[in-house]
Write a protein that binds this ligand. Structure first.
Ligand SMILES: C[S@@+](CC[C@H](N)C(=O)[O-])C[C@H]1O[C@@H](n2cnc3c(N)ncnc32)[C@H](O)[C@@H]1O
Length: 264
């Protein structure tokens, strides 16, 4: 099954066009979404330690690669957008001994295998698998790239609550003279995998491709490739920190998985 491999070139060209805006927006500190949802929970599942070798897949501007380097890891980080990798390198001058940036297409099995067989203690992909047109080569290669008992942690937009066509609804109800605000989402499809285009960051040059897959689709691919699922997180913004007018704190926008390599 080649999923949407035919869309890879178009998808890459869109990320090349968006790379500068993406990097300008994320900067050195990343956005709140990354700082409060992705980073802490990913770090918890990854448990990076001094001297470990970690693969950062679809690294974007290298925001998490630098964090891993700060934690003492040696990182190989890749993205298929040359502009994104150039921006990542520009921001990483203090870490160049620890981070080896490469341009690699995650849909290309041969390129992936060249990253080094049984070289990695763990691998990570933040907010990227739903942007990759075909994920089977990546999952198959990870079983070979990871050391025995190595694991892969990845975050994606929550497939249940952010499928294509989701409608976000805010309603106000007068309950005995008190105005109560309620949020909900309306979804019309979930099970059918499909590509669609979306805006990740306001002002980006062109919408990028996203590839919706239900949760069981992901788990099946990993189980078939010889992984077990051993941790899941569904982080959401904390109510007390949320300055937004309407809370969405009970509907997690992301899902984070940890799959561990099984060895016979
Ligand atoms: C939403 S960004 C996330 C970047 C970074 N991991 C972060 O959390 O900031 C998705 C990234 O996936 C990359 N990407 C998408 N498809 C890819 C592929 N086939 N191979 C390598 N990188 C890919 C894009 O270029 C982009 O940098």
């Amino acid at each position: 099954m080649r999923e949407w491999h035919a869309l890879t070139q178009d998808s890459k060209s869109r990320w090349e066009q968006n790379a500068e805006h993406w990097d300008d927006y994320m900067g050195d500190e990343s956005n709140r979404f990354h700082r409060e949802l992705i980073r802490p929970y990913t770090e918890k599942l990854l448990n990076a330690e001094q001297g470990q070798v970690i693969l950062d897949i679809a690294c974007g501007n290298g925001n998490f690669s630098r964090r891993l380097a700060q934690l003492g890891a040696n990182v190989v980080a890749f993205d298929y957008s040359a502009k994104m990798v150039e921006r990542a390198k520009n921001r990483s001058e203090h870490y160049l001994k620890q981070i080896d940036y490469r341009i690699v297409d995650a849909t290309n099995l041969n390129q992936l295998l060249e990253l080094g067989i049984e070289k990695y203690d763990s691998a990570v992909a933040n907010m990227a698998l739903m942007d990759i047109a075909e994920i089977s080569p990546l999952i198959q290669s990870l079983h070979k790239l990871l050391k025995p008992s190595g694991f892969f942690v990845f975050s994606i937009t929550h497939p249940c609550f952010q499928p294509p066509g989701v409608r976000k609804i805010n309603e106000e109800e007068d309950v005995n003279g008190v105005l109560v605000s309620k949020n909900s989402i309306q979804i019309t499809k979930y099970l059918t995998p499909e590509p669609y285009k979306a805006i990740g960051i306001k002002g980006q040059t062109i919408p990028h491709y996203m590839f919706h897959r239900p949760i069981s689709y992901y788990t099946s691919l990993f189980f078939e490739a010889g992984f077990v699922l051993d941790a899941v997180e569904e982080p959401s913004f904390q109510k007390e920190n949320d300055q937004q007018k309407f809370d969405w704190y009970d509907i997690p926008p992301v899902m984070i998985f940890r799959f561990r390599k099984l060895t016979c």
